[in-house]
Ligand binder design. Structure first.
Ligand SMILES: [Mg+2]
Length: 440
């Protein structure tokens, strides 16, 4: 369909006004806001794992990307400042960010640690301003009170608002009216739609769909035939007809779950080190399932005798809570960073991009029977372990653990917050601050 025949889908600008707010380089922005001497400098977090977890825009401008190994990042940017992640502080700032938005509207979804959706319907009279002005005011207030920039997109559905917030990032502000979709969507690549994975994009391209406008110009029945239920939902969302509700229920207090274990004596035996890592994986997944969460990303790291860390990050095909599902990817990642002849003293695992394991939204190409059977295995695993103790039933790989005696030794790089304990705090129990990063 050519652009000249594009006609408005909607006469109303915002049938349901929704904003997506996304903090810019959140972890490093928090560090720079709390430590002004870091402002304007290339900063990364993730020192404790040896990989870049978040890079400031100054660092990005100098070629630092995530997830790069730290030594690689330092090579491209010798003046790089590397900080250990301080998830507790990030979580507090995150909570503050949600509270600021909540002052404007009660209908807010804590989508991730640094992202929120919020509904603005019915607020115009209260704030004596139009939706775009309210959205702008939310952006300004968050920035003023937190001390760093955020990007805001205002549109007519969650899917569109998320596309809008990316449009001018960082420090972005973009208003996408439903009445102007016919002018904007022809410029939007399919990959930018949250919900169109690489497989879906490839399939759509085969059908001659080159951009989002092409997609929404096809009949609804066509979307149903090719992509089923999710396809139809996205078809409506992208046409400015909100389908996905704002989930106002507060999120669990987890940005990530991490498990690390130090062992003595250090070992260069590959199977043993891998077994340590897999044991961490099992523990992290048990904990995650207990909290009814699932993860999309995993990072593994190893630390050698000289306290050098190496880490690597990977993403699951879709978020998962199944240990068996994860063990292959973790094995592959391990192969990539294990270096023969090196004596290791610590392995660790961090699960991130977590979400509630409530409604499973299968991707179009998921192997549903396999996923369901993996879930059943996990239920048995958790049941047995409940009865007979943690790790009574475990993966074969971790049998290697029995060969060595081990105990937990010292800890590695710690964020400032953990080194300067407040009065009345111990290492594990800290005052009034949610524990996000649990180490065993
Ligand atoms: Mg962000």
């Amino acid at each position: 369909m050519s652009a000249s025949t594009n006609r408005p889908i909607s006469i109303s600008s915002f049938p349901s006004p929704i904003i997506h707010l996304d903090c810019d380089a959140f972890f490093t922005s928090v560090e720079q806001a709390l430590h002004p001497e870091l402002k304007g400098k290339p900063v990364v977090t993730g020192k404790e794992r040896g990989i870049v977890a978040c890079a400031s825009y100054e660092a990005k401008a100098l070629g630092v990307k995530r997830p790069m190994r730290l030594w690689e990042a330092q090579k491209v940017c010798p003046s790089l400042i590397c900080l250990p992640s301080d998830y507790e502080t990030y979580s507090l700032i995150s909570k503050r960010m949600f509270e600021i938005i909540r002052r404007f509207t009660p209908t807010i979804e804590e989508y991730s640690i640094d992202e929120a959706f919020a509904e603005l319907s019915g607020l115009r009279r209260l704030h004596r301003a139009g939706y775009a002005d309210i959205a702008w005011k939310i952006k300004q207030t968050v920035q003023q009170e937190l001390g760093f920039t955020v990007s805001v997109g205002l549109s007519a559905s969650k899917t569109l608002a998320k596309i809008a917030s990316k449009e001018k990032k960082p420090d972005g502000f973009f208003v996408l009216r439903a009445s102007e979709l016919h002018l904007f969507l022809p410029k939007v690549a399919l990959e930018r739609v949250c919900g169109f994975g690489p497989n879906t994009v490839a399939l759509l391209e085969k059908q001659g769909i080159r951009n989002v406008w092409d997609y929404v110009s096809r009949p609804e029945a066509w979307a149903q035939r090719f992509l089923g239920k999710i396809g139809v939902e996205l078809w409506h969302e992208l046409r400015g007809e909100a389908v996905y509700p704002i989930v106002t229920q507060e999120k669990e207090d987890y940005a990530s779950i991490s498990k690390t274990k130090t062992f003595t004596p250090p070992s260069s035996e590959k199977d043993f080190v891998k077994a340590q890592l897999v044991r961490n994986l099992e523990s992290a997944f048990i904990k995650m399932r207990r909290h009814k969460l699932r993860a999309k990303k995993v990072c593994i790291f190893l630390r050698d005798q000289e306290f050098r860390s190496s880490g690597i990050e990977g993403a699951f095909d879709r978020s998962t809570s199944s240990t068996l599902d994860a063990v292959n990817l973790v094995g592959d990642l391990f192969e990539q960073i294990f270096s023969p002849g090196t004596a290791y003293r610590l392995t660790g695992i961090v699960l991130s991009k977590m979400e509630a394991d409530r409604t499973v939204q299968y991707d179009l190409f998921d192997d549903v029977p396999k996923i369901e059977s993996l879930k059943r295995i996990d239920r048995v695993l958790d049941g047995v372990n409940e009865l007979y103790g943690k790790h009574a039933l475990h993966l074969g790989t971790s049998l290697w653990l029995g060969k060595h005696r081990q105990h937990v030794a010292g800890r590695g790089d710690l964020p400032e917050r953990k080194m300067r304990l407040l009065k009345g705090e111990t290492f594990r129990r800290r005052l009034g601050i949610p524990i996000w990063n649990v180490q065993v």
